[in-house]
Design a protein around this ligand. Structure first.
Ligand SMILES: [Zn+2]
Ligand SMILES: [Zn+2]
Length: 422
């Protein structure tokens, strides 16, 4: 078994790994990495010829794992495997990306349609045989329908974590790690060097802040990723028996609809449906204006304040000291969200403006943190070779060194294009 690293080498973005099992080639993820600067092109994983791919697997819908799959249908064809929620959410996010980044991509809606036609939906723990290899998806706990992948061929077993959450969340069960002996482990490293605030502390902080803002008759704006985080925050508020209106806006609503279709992928559909049915869902601009007439919480993308309705809410809410802004999503470098946290400044109508609303950050994450990642490695049986990917340079390299020191495993951080055999 041989793996070629096509992306996510010492970086978060454009995940892609080509697994070659003698005559059968399996592609694990094929995502994009967004450009740091607005005018730059997005980065893709290394090119592969679609006819060389027997099966392309999407672990989950986030665009750094799914966004480049349509490119496999430019003058070619392959089969795309994913769980039903991953399939639906990937299409939603890819089409949205094409709408926002017109003409920036080498593919268009036609290729997305070919992708839909060639998709094969599979559930967790449903083995699929292709050529001389078998693969199966396992629950990753990261987003609804999100999976890890087990590939088996000629007596060798590979485990790819994709993005993994070993603790689960209010909505999702934790990752399924009952995977047997492994020969090659490809693990994410995003938070290998940091521990996260325990979920209950983050929740407590957020609820306290929410109540403070309500007490002074303000509005709390929570910019949030449309997949998972928006719904999770709604669940947190519902669980705390929050009495003021909760407004949800933007693409999170389409994500809600998809999630309602797949209750079997949630820990408990009632937790989710109670939260969403309790919320006021903004369907048009009239709703949006009306929503802001009283103290309330607004949950809306974009999580990093890049576009979306976030721009509208910032303009309406940021300049009033009664209001609050709770940052609950990861803030990428160079994003307006990061700038707001570091300087207290937003760019509105082309000029920089100091925000008067109180801004606070709360840590919520769909990824395993440092302790969880080491727990996972400790509990994996066999004597696997380990590849640390999907993290910045330091998180990947240090993680590999520590895995070697603590567990004596052959661990390293692969370079882009590197091939590893077991
Ligand atoms: Zn992800
Ligand atoms: Zn990712």
């Amino acid at each position: 078994m041989n793996v070629r690293v096509l992306g996510a080498a010492s970086e978060v973005g454009r995940s892609g790994f080509l697994v070659k099992c003698d005559r059968t080639n399996i592609l694990l993820d094929y995502g994009v990495m967004f450009a740091k600067r607005r005018d730059d092109q997005p980065l893709y994983p290394l090119h592969i010829t679609p006819k060389d791919v027997d099966a392309a697997i999407i672990t989950h819908a986030h665009l750094d794992h799914s966004g480049c799959v349509p490119s496999l249908f430019i003058g070619g064809n392959t089969h795309v495997y994913a769980t039903p929620p991953t399939h639906d959410l990937s299409i939603l996010l890819i089409e949205d990306m094409l709408k926002i980044e017109k003409n920036k991509h080498s593919f268009d809606y036609r290729h997305v349609n070919s992708m839909i036609k060639n998709s094969k939906e599979i559930g967790f723990r449903e083995p699929v045989k292709t050529g001389n290899a078998t693969f199966e998806l396992r629950s990753s706990g990261h987003v609804i329908g999100g999976s890890t992948v087990l590939v088996e061929s000629e007596g060798k077993r590979l485990f790819y974590t994709g993005d993994i959450n070993l603790r689960g969340s209010r909505m999702l069960p934790k990752a399924d790690l009952d995977i047997g002996d492994i020969d090659l482990l490809i693990t994410e490293s995003t938070y290998s060097q940091t521990n996260q605030t325990p979920q209950h502390e983050s929740e407590k902080g957020l609820i306290e802040f929410t109540n403070e803002v309500m007490d002074r008759k303000g509005i709390l704006f929570i910019p949030s990723f449309s997949v998972e985080r928006s719904q999770e925050i709604a669940c947190v508020l519902k669980n705390a028996n929050f009495q003021h209106p909760v407004i949800m806006d933007g693409m999170a609503l389409k994500v809600n609809d998809i999630m309602f279709r797949y209750p079997e992928y949630l820990k408990n559909i009632n937790i989710f449906s109670d939260a969403i049915n309790h919320a006021f869902l903004v369907r048009n601009h009239g709703d949006r204006k009306k929503a802001l007439s009283q103290p309330c919480v607004v949950i809306s993308p974009a999580g990093m304040l890049v576009g979306g309705n976030a721009v509208y809410y910032l303009q309406e809410l940021a300049l009033d000291e009664k209001n609050g802004i709770a940052m609950v999503s990861y803030q990428g470098e160079g994003t307006p969200g990061r700038k707001l946290l570091e300087t207290g400044i937003i760019s509105a109508r082309g000029k920089d403006t100091k925000v008067k609303a109180t801004v606070k950050q709360f840590q919520f994450s769909g990824h395993a943190d440092r302790d969880s990642l080491f727990d996972m490695i400790k509990n994996i049986s066999g004597n696997p070779k380990v590849l640390t990917v999907h993290g910045d340079d330091k998180s990947c390299i240090k993680f590999a060194e520590e895995i070697h020191e603590k567990f004596g495993l052959d661990a390293h951080t692969p370079k882009l294009g590197e091939q590893i055999s077991v």
